[in-house]
Design a protein around this ligand. Structure first.
Ligand code: LLP
Length: 447
């Protein structure tokens, strides 16, 4: 008999340092066999049934996050940013929860439409939308298109079969001090038009004068992993002032203001995340003040969260291939996945936790670096994590908070196909996307 069986109350105390409630799906527990379960399904069973690496996605957690946004932003439109993760099921879950969907390519548009998302509730983004994609979008009846360049004004006007609602993307010169790869609110970056610049003024003018386009508002996206809600308040103030200028000059009252996404989630225990209640208050107060100051009617706010909807719902499973203690160096745990299924460590220096999922380890721990199987030294999954000292090949590792920008950023480098996505809910699992196989790769290779 183990100590835990004699004193079951010890279990929660022993678990808490590693199964931190802010980084795992809400329904994460240990079962009677001391294995981690998510949505009522043991992760080790999923690894056995579907192989590894495998993305696990908790449907209830995705829906819960949608509901939280709806609760805190009752009057706003919540538009799910599909670039974080898109499958037909994810698109239908978020739609059922009352969210619209933001897509940024014909591929994402096709998945959203195949899932039955109402085209009127789809928003198309992109800094260089090909003509064919604009055509696919207008023909599908996409509700709004976010204009990112002057070229697009001309192309869209030419291709639109009927008057098309558009938003214009402006960069409000707000520096959220994130990783340079994802800082999009500043002036010197490729998206949209710098607020107040000659280019922005010309773009607004051209859209308004273009009879096939109906300007319904402005859009901005400040960046990623933003945990300070004040940046959004500042964006509201700057953009409302511009909307008021348009009203004065053209007599048009723009009814929508899209503040983009970028709400931070915690990847590791102790990371700060966006507080949605605070964000709601700050946006509300900024709207009140800016609209009063500019004598402007309140527009409807849209928010475009991607990561904050799906990140925490995802857990990625790997098998330990080997454990290497490098003399004078680190201890490496080599997993059977890596940068193909999670390039975020190599791209942004992201940090993750890793936990053994097939047992509840109670013995001594070691500090190790979980590395991938791919042919690059930078192929790391989790640096300096605490893992059981007796970790063995074949055991199942779980990395939490991997629902956003993992499957969507995945590659098939070294000829290793992308992992499947298995959803879990109420003790059952279902295969949303199957594993990519060598046969899939050969289908594309025409010889
Ligand atoms: N709206 C627009 C126009 C965006 O460009 C993005 C993300 C979002 C919404 C959603 O942002 P979120 O709420 O998910 O932060 N690959 C990077 C993230 C790139 C985000 C690009 N745009 C990563 O893995 O961190």
């Amino acid at each position: 008999m183990t100590l835990l069986e004699i004193f079951p109350s010890l279990r929660s105390g022993m678990m808490s340092p590693r199964l931190d409630a802010t980084v795992w799906p809400c329904e994460t527990h240990y079962d009677d066999l001391s294995r981690i379960t998510v949505g009522g399904v043991a992760l080790a069973d999923i690894a056995d049934q579907y192989g590894t690496p495998t993305y696990v996605l908790d449907e209830t957690e995705v829906r819960r996050r949608c509901q939280l946004y709806r609760k805190y932003f009752r009057d706003a439109e919540i538009i799910y940013a599909a670039k974080a993760l898109l499958t037909k099921s994810v698109a239908s879950w978020v739609s059922q929860e009352g969210l619209s969907v933001d897509v940024c390519s014909a591929g994402e548009l096709a998945v959203a439409l195949a899932a039955g998302v109402d085209p009127a509730r789809i928003v198309l983004h992109g800094s260089g939308k090909p003509f064919s994609e604009l055509e696919a979008a207008v023909n599908a009846g996409v509700g709004r298109i976010v204009i990112d360049s002057l070229t697009e004004v001309t192309l869209l006007a030419a291709v639109a079969p009927r008057r098309q609602q558009v938003l214009l993307r402006l960069s409000p010169d707000i520096d959220v001090h994130g990783h340079p790869a994802v800082r999009t609110g500043v002036i010197d970056q490729k998206f949209g038009f710098p607020l107040g610049s000659a280019a922005a003024i010309e773009a607004i003018d051209r859209v308004i004068r273009q009879p096939m386009l109906e300007l319904v508002g402005f859009h901005c996206h400040l960046g990623s992993q933003i945990h300070d809600p004040d940046y959004y308040g500042e964006a509201v103030r700057r953009l409302i002032a511009e909307m008021a200028r348009v009203e004065r000059e053209y007599g048009i009252t723009l009814p929508q203001l899209d503040l983009g996404g970028g709400h931070a989630v915690a990847y590791r225990c102790g990371d700060s995340e966006m507080n949605l209640a605070e964000l709601a208050d700050i946006v509300e107060d900024a709207l009140d003040a800016a609209c009063a100051l500019n004598h402007f009617a309140r527009p409807r706010i849209s928010l475009e969260p991607g990561r904050a909807i799906v990140a925490r719902a995802g857990v990625t499973l790997y098998r330990v291939m080997t454990v290497k203690h490098i003399e004078g160096g680190r201890t490496f745990v080599i997993a059977d996945g890596g940068m193909n299924d999670n390039p975020r460590v190599a791209l942004y220096g992201a940090r993750y936790e890793a936990v053994v999922a097939n047992r509840h380890p109670t013995g001594p721990h070691m500090t190790a670096t979980v590395a991938g199987r791919y042919c690059e030294a930078g192929d790391i999954l989790a640096a300096d994590v605490s893992l059981p000292a007796d970790l063995r090949p074949g055991e199942v590792l779980a990395i939490p908070c991997t629902g956003a920008y993992h499957h969507s950023l995945a590659s098939s480098y070294n000829g290793v196909g992308r992992p499947p996505i298995i959803s879990v809910r109420d003790g059952r699992c279902s295969e949303l996307v199957r594993r990519e196989t060598p046969a899939d790769m050969l289908v594309r290779d025409l010889g």
